[in-house]
Ligand binder design. Sequence first.
Ligand code: ZN
Ligand code: ZN
Length: 249
Amino acid sequence: MKIEEFIEIIIYDLSYIELYILTFMYFLFLYFVLAPMFLKVCEFLSSKNILHKIIEKDVTKKQIQLEKLYSLKSIVVFGFSVLPVIYFIRNSTITLLPNTIYNIILGLTLLTVWNEIHFFIVHRTMHLTFFMKNVHTVHHRSKIPTVYSVYSFHWFEAFLLSTVPITIIPFIPFAPIAFFLYPFVSILFNYSGHCNYRFGNGISESWKLLGTHHNEHHYKFKKNYGFASNLLDMISARLNKVTIKRRNN
Ligand SMILES: [Zn+2]
Ligand SMILES: [Zn+2]
């Protein structure tokens, strides 16, 4: 069966229960199969002196068990995220583009940029006192993050984060493969932000700092609210400075 036919079946023929089960299993694979593989790659690159551990301390087995438990709960929530998207495709609210390489790369880029903005807004909100105390505290149990921290959320935060596709796809036409590939691309950024490894000492060129900021966010508990970069942190810090300057004048 060609990939196009497979995608057509997923979009138009599966029941919503089958769609939920398929999405749930997809996220199980991304988490339980890819996380140990990503860790092995980090350990290998670290043995070759290409990557370096950020914090040398070991994490407890209990932390990893808890991360897996909370992540499993998040995956139960993520399973629902596909349903509104398919519903809107079926009633023609969402416009689909042909699955050309150009459309797939464009779709993945747009989703990556939107995810950065969406995550920044949700994450900044999670650091308000009420949410920090009652919701985001689950994610910050992992003071030293691990690859298993990536989905370790309170169910409400998992729900908010699962709204990335549905908050953009109805407004911009997308290639379906970009939508289905996006969780895979996203989790690779996510692993780099939680693996506790980075290139060099953390003060190299900006592209080499990928993931460093979020790893540090876990340890220092503040600043660096972005997902894969600190660009939005820099913009918001600059805007704050301008506002304070205006107020003082
Ligand atoms: Zn946080
Ligand atoms: Zn995190």
